[in-house]
Ligand binder design. Structure first.
Ligand code: ZN
Length: 438
């Protein structure tokens, strides 16, 4: 029978990692008579959920096996109890096990959890309806991600990530991945991998910081690409395990298209189209803000300081420009109105920017003066006349295209430049050999 196993560890601040626990479940299952129907799915959910501090990721394993779902649930619980920091605040793991094909209710729940706020109660009502089994630890928050991961079947665009895990003795110590080899790999594999390094700062993005068990993660277009890229890295510490995941990272899957300003809901991920209403301004902290208006109302859009040069794009907007804002809706509070936190911005149509100057005297070359309000212009010395001001169009220093912050400021879900035109139609993909080690 087919079994789907959703796992969410709701990563705590101090480390721990859903994918590591999922990898341990995979390695245990791989020793039994189990056929994997897909790569482990790493599903990023709504990045605007206010109580999430990190990537908001959950994992789903899809297998065919004779093992009873109850036994699979117990096996996953064992790994969670071993690998999670159950005492840490904010660590609320959850497991959901579902038998058979994924019902439409679960797929819809996955879409909801990707784009808006859902509650454990919402998750439980779906779980009951489809007769799945679930265990939620602590607050039960983890069953949301676990169920949503099962429902996100990645049948549209998808990408891959190879994640390598550190051996326990090295966790907390500096990561020993040769920097030069990372830059070399990134350059050679730039067509088929993404967000390895941040070009603006030279910062390396494949290695996280801090005490978590991940050594590095290489993101790319195919399992072959991330495996090849990983092999190009010179790594000088033991690798405990590595695994290739199929994911919705870098796909923009979380953004709900064409939402009217009047229909914006707090903490949702949206695309809003409209016109720039006022000249953009920079506020304290170096954040760039502008007001976007559509037929139903107006909303502030913000490019924050960490988005670096992306703010220059915002600052160059003029009233009347037609744009599309992509991002999460930040609720109003602390004297700040409801704001769209920009993940990217598409400039659709720039207005013509016009300056007008007094005409120049054809004889002496000096600017003419107005002869009076509403009257023509003249040069007093040469007695020349001209009827009106000269209008000229100023070249706008802004492209009518999609603009993104630098990779270091991307959300996991944000589709980077390199992925445009590479979108594919995915479907569950039985992994080829060599997708995990050991
Ligand atoms: Zn003159």
């Amino acid at each position: 029978m087919r079994i789907h196993i959703g796992i969410d560890d709701t990563d705590s601040l101090s480390g721990g990692c859903t994918t590591r626990i999922a990898a341990d479940v995979v390695l245990t299952l791989a020793k039994k008579s189990v056929r994997f129907l897909d790569y482990p799915n790493l599903i990023r959910l709504n990045p605007n959920v206010p109580w999430k501090t990190r990537g908001n990721g959950a994992v789903c394993l899809r297998i065919e096996s004779d093992i009873r779902p109850e036994a699979v649930l117990e096996l996953a619980m064992d790994e969670i109890e071993r690998g999670s920091r159950l005492g840490d605040p904010g660590t609320d793991p959850g497991v959901v096990v579902l038998e058979g094909t994924v019902p439409s209710d679960v797929i819809e729940f996955g879409e909801e959890a990707l784009t808006r706020i859902v509650t454990p109660t919402d998750a439980m009502s779906v779980i009951k309806k489809v007769n799945a089994q679930a265990i939620g630890y602590c607050s039960g928050q983890g069953i949301i991600g676990a169920l949503a991961a099962i429902g996100t079947v990645l049948d549209r665009d998808c990408t891959f990530e190879l994640i390598a895990y550190r051996s326990r003795a090295f966790i907390g110590k500096p990561r020993q991945v040769d920097e030069e080899s990372i830059f070399q790999m990134s350059e050679e594999m730039k067509e088929v991998t993404f967000n390895n390094v941040d070009p603006e700062t030279g910062r390396i993005l494949i290695t996280p910081r801090g005490p978590d068990p991940i050594l590095c993660g290489v993101r790319g277009e195919s399992a072959e690409a991330v495996r090849k890229a990983f092999q190009m890295l010179r790594i000088r510490e033991p690798i405990d395990a590595w695994m290739i995941f199929r994911t919705n990272q870098g796909t923009d899957a979380h953004l709900v298209t064409n939402v009217a300003v009047s229909e914006l809901q707090d903490n949702c991920a949206v695309i809003v189209e409209g016109t720039v209403k006022e000249k953009p301004r920079t506020i304290r902290g170096g954040h760039a803000i502008f007001l976007l208006e559509d037929q139903t109302g107006s909303v502030h859009c913000a490019a924050y300081e960490p988005t670096g040069k992306f703010r220059e794009v915002v600052k160059r907007l003029e009233p009347g420009d037609r744009v599309r804002g992509f991002g999460g809706v930040r609720p109003p509070g602390d004297g700040i109105p409801r704001t769209l936190n920009l993940e990217k911005l598409e400039v659709l149509k720039l207005v013509a920017s016009v300056t007008s100057k007094n005409p120049v005297c054809p004889k002496c070359g000096k600017r003419m003066k107005s002869a009076g309000k509403g009257q023509s212009f003249r040069c007093r010395r040469c007695e020349t006349h001209a009827p009106s001001k000269i209008h000229s169009e100023v070249r706008r220093d802004l492209q009518e295209t999609v603009h993104l912050p630098p990779p270091r400021a991307h959300r996991h879900l944000t589709k980077p430049y390199v992925r445009y035109q590479r979108e594919r139609c995915g479907s569950s993909l039985p992994p080829t050999s060599g997708w995990h080690s050991p």
